[in-house]
Design a protein around this ligand. Structure first.
Ligand code: GRF
Length: 202
């Protein structure tokens, strides 16, 4: 299965996908995309000889549009789009044309601590302030709203003893690096079923 990975930052989740033993022989990262011109994660793409593109909703120097990207994805036979720390909302038409083919990882247990403006350390600060005893990571299908599509899988970690939001971020990131490759593997193996508006993993 050929996948496209979208990033906005350092790309540790991209790296986790690339080194995952579970994904060996199951999927191939064919393209990396970012909303940034010089995204730090592009270095990882370069080191792995993966083509990378900066993408914008509107025509801009150095960027391809989402419409152009559709052509590139068709040519590369992309079957799954993985948002791994991608911070921009995708255009509605793009999301519609890849219905149930776009997944996102969120560093908290949705439906709590999600939505517009909830990204990076802000998520973990909100979790810390809430005095919650557990946090975790969520992988979900992407629809037209931030962090709202059907939940595919979640992983949970105790944060009962943490002293800071940064400590929560570290624990959750470790989970993310396991959870995201494992969900991609299940999709590649066709072990993800949608029934009655819920997602079942077989
Ligand atoms: C991760 O915590 C991801 O869940 C969030 O942004 C962070 C990206 O980290 N959406 P990285 O770029 O994969 O290292």
């Amino acid at each position: 299965m050929n996948i496209a990975v979208f990033v906005s930052g350092r790309g540790s989740n991209l790296e986790a996908i690339l080194v995952s033993a579970e994904l060996k022989g199951l999927c191939n990262v064919s393209v990396v995309c970012s909303d940034k011109l010089d995204c730090p994660a592009f270095q990882i793409a370069k080191q792995n000889n993966i083509p990378f593109f900066s993408v914008s909703e509107f025509p801009k120097n150095g960027f391809v549009t989402f419409q152009e990207l559709q052509g590139i994805f068709a040519e590369k036979e992309i079957e799954l789009i993985v948002l791994a720390g991608f911070l921009k909302l995708m255009p509605k038409e793009f999301v519609r044309s890849f219905s149930f083919k776009i997944i996102n990882i969120h560093p908290a247990l949705l439906p709590s601590f999600g939505g517009k403006g909830m990204y990076g350390i802000r998520v973990h600060e909100a979790v810390f302030k809430s005095s919650a005893k557990v946090s975790g990571a969520t992988v979900h299908f992407v629809n037209e709203n931030y962090d709202e599509g059907l939940i595919i899988d979640q992983a949970v970690v105790s944060i009962a003893d943490v002293q800071s939001a940064e400590e929560i971020a570290q624990r959750v990131l470790k989970l993310e690096h396991q959870l995201l490759p494992s969900v991609i593997a299940k999709i590649a193996q066709r072990r993800v079923e949608i029934k009655n508006n819920r997602v079942y993993l077989t």
